[in-house]
Design a protein around this ligand. Structure first.
Ligand SMILES: [Zn+2]
Length: 348
């Protein structure tokens, strides 16, 4: 039987500090899209009513039964437009579903994580892509993983300033862009700081933090300011070394290759470009959810990266991933039964 963990209205006292009996049962309603009636509740404090559905990620969705299928398509290299044809949904509806689910997955990814064990070895690299216009609006995406478990700790984009060969036509078009939007900043350092910040709580229990990267000159100081000068063991590999299985950076290179393959918008020579990088960031959340929580680490494995890292005891299903709302941090209802959670994940 479903029990509401708190009052869903954020202005109510029972939202932050619910008592044991903060609600009254208040009948049922029969939704058109579901076979079973949904229980309703009334808050004893603010007297407002809500239902079990208020706690679901598909709250107020049109055609919620298509969410899982859309998720599967979007982590299979299919673009938004083709997904909208296949489901079928209108393009606008597909875009809005993509954004809503992406924001939900961001919360989920932040909730289902904990401290890494002493065997943790971080690897970081950046790949380049673009928003709307390849030659005028390049974007950098640093990716940080825990190598033994292949858990993707974070990936988030930032702007890059255009570089490389400048033809007359390119210089003209860059000048036009600059007139319209101002100079495009090189925010590579900002991007790396953002990604490293996500790792700080995860490595807080470790005496030393081992990080492997290429020889980019900005990395040492950024790593030291994130983890502390005395704690970082920084191992560098030349990016000129052949990118084979023998390359020490093979795990991060492979993770990036998988990202390029599974997210259509990251493919080279493709017309599935991101119009804005905020939507690229949402697509990266889809990838992180699938790689960390659903898919086994390697094809020969049965366990996911989140299981190897000790955050979960079994893989999550698609419907679990898209189930309970996660926007209340670790007070949110966990995506799976509590028995399947690892230590230190979710309150209660
Ligand atoms: Zn209330």
């Amino acid at each position: 039987m479903f029990v509401p963990p708190f009052c869903p209205y954020s202005t109510c006292l029972a939202h932050r500090h619910p008592s044991k009996r903060h609600y009254l049962r208040y009948g049922f309603y029969k939704p058109l899209c579901r076979a079973n009636p949904v229980p309703r509740f009334r808050c004893r404090t603010c007297k407002r009513t809500y239902s079990r559905q208020t706690f679901r990620a598909d709250y107020r969705d049109h055609k919620p039964h298509l969410n899982t299928q859309l998720f599967r398509l979007l982590i299979s290299g299919v673009g938004l437009r083709q997904s909208s044809r296949m489901l079928p949904l209108t393009l606008r509806c597909t875009e809005l579903k993509f954004r809503k689910i992406g924001q939900h997955l961001r919360h989920l990814n932040l909730n289902v994580r904990g401290k890494l064990g002493p065997s943790a070895v971080l690897q970081m690299d950046e790949f380049e892509t673009f928003e709307t216009r390849r030659r005028e609006r390049p974007v950098t995406v640093p990716v940080l993983i825990d190598t033994p478990t292949r858990f993707i700790i974070w990936a988030e984009s930032e702007t890059l300033s255009p570089r490389g060969r400048m033809s007359v036509a390119r210089i003209e078009s860059l000048a036009k862009e600059e007139g319209q939007f101002g100079p495009r900043k090189d925010n590579s350092k900002v991007a790396i700081r953002k990604v490293l910040e996500r790792a700080i709580p995860m490595v807080s229990g470790l005496d030393m933090v081992r990080v492997q990267t290429d020889e980019k000159l900005t990395y040492p100081s950024l790593l030291q300011s994130a983890f502390g000068t005395a704690r970082v063991i920084h191992e560098k590999t030349s990016s000129r070394l052949a990118r084979t299985v023998a390359n020490p950076l093979f795990p991060i290179n492979q993770t990036e290759a998988i990202a390029r393959d599974l997210l259509g918008r990251l493919r080279r020579q493709s017309w599935l470009a991101s119009k804005k990088r905020c939507f690229l960031d949402l697509a990266l959340q889809y990838l992180m959810t699938w790689k960390n929580l659903i898919k086994p680490r390697f094809n020969r494995d049965k366990a996911t990266p989140a299981q190897f890292a000790g955050f979960l005891k079994r893989p999550l299903t698609y419907s679990e991933v898209l189930g309970w709302r996660q926007d209340q941090g670790r007070r949110s209802i966990p995506p799976c039964p509590r028995a399947a959670l690892g230590r230190g994940v979710y309150a209660g």
